[in-house]
Design a protein. Structure first.
Length: 324
């Protein structure tokens, strides 16, 4: 038996979550004495391929097809399940990303496997029973899940497991899957990405702002702070509803759930719906002039003050630090 880890790429470059998955899969492989095999669908650049070996995985299965240049949920799920059966994998590991959340239940159904979505820990194994911690109730609780089946599908929460380099020699094998016309009934013809920005789901640092910014004309300082930190920008739901920022930046229970290493909330009160999408962040910094703002109750660090005074000073302090 072996472990199959599906890694995602964007325009040929592996996503940051891919290296977390490779490290996580390798750790499970060491725990269960199983080989780990990576799977990539679509063209990937040579530098990304080399990095797979740097993170401890010795074999990559590569699939290329003109029909698979864009992500197709049904087709990708069928292919991943087919490859798992081909190599005799009893465990499939994928990212708990937008794509992964659609793939996981389909793959589990095709394989007759148990499913854990949003895993945040390595499993403990006792008498062939796997126990894994996962987030629950919009990240407000931790569930201890037991898997009693011989096959399992695990989706790993981004930024919950640190990627660690462990160089090995990598071999690559091409695979020609069966493509079923019925899997292509719904197609994505084109994806337009903001290529000059850090992607929110993969960001280590997120700078987020709310109605305390008073209007879209004041977002320049948020974008400047994000730029010097190498961060993604985000916003609260009222901000996106008002049209100040695009809905793609809305984080919260009804928007994106993020789990960066650092989340900076500026002018956001901290309603429970917003906290549900950011509570798994490693460190939360809150800047708000209202000392009674609910966000301060969950913050690791809090600054009570006017964002229009604090943010420019913070930007200048970071610039000075970097210059020195």
């Amino acid at each position: 038996m072996s472990i199959l880890v599906y890694i995602e790429n964007i325009d040929g470059t592996l996503k940051k979550s891919a290296f977390e998955l490779l490290t996580y899969a390798r750790a499970i492989g060491e725990l269960t004495q199983q080989d780990v095999i990576a799977l990539n669908i679509g063209t990937v650049d040579a530098s990304s391929v080399n990095k797979i070996g740097e993170y401890g995985v010795e074999k990559l299965i590569q699939i290329d097809s003109e029909k698979l240049t864009q992500f197709v949920n049904q087709a990708y799920a069928s292919i991943i399940a087919e490859v798992a059966q081909h190599i005799g994998a009893n465990t499939v590991i994928i990212a708990n990303s937008f794509n992964g959340k659609g793939l996981a239940p389909r793959i589990a159904t095709k394989l007759g496997a148990a499913l854990v979505d949003g895993a945040i820990s390595l499993p403990t194994v006792e008498n062939d029973v796997w126990k894994i911690k996962k987030t629950a109730f919009s990240n407000k609780a931790i569930a201890h899940t037991e898997l009693h089946t011989s096959k399992r599908v695990i989706t790993l929460t981004p930024n919950s497991f640190e990627a660690k380099v462990n160089p090995v020699s990598l071999t690559m094998e091409t695979y020609d899957p069966k493509l079923v016309d019925g899997d292509f009934s719904t197609l994505i013809k084109n994806i337009v990405r903001a290529t000059d920005k850090v992607a929110l789901p993969d960001a280590d640092i997120v700078v987020s702002a709310g109605r305390g910014l008073k209007g879209p004309e004041n977002w320049g300082m948020i974008e400047e702070l994000a730029a010097i930190l190498g961060a993604a920008t985000a916003c609260s739901k009222p901000v996106s509803d008002a049209g100040w920022r695009p809905h793609s930046e809305h984080v919260g229970q009804t928007g994106l759930a993020v789990s960066p290493k650092l989340y900076i909330a500026i002018g956001i009160s901290g309603a429970i719906q917003h906290l549900a999408g950011v509570s798994s962040s490693k460190t939360i910094v809150v800047i708000n002039k209202d000392p009674e703002a609910p966000f301060f109750k969950v913050a690791d660090y809090g600054i009570v003050g006017d964002a229009f005074e604090i943010i420019p000073q913070l930007i200048e302090a970071i610039k000075t630090y970097k210059n020195n």
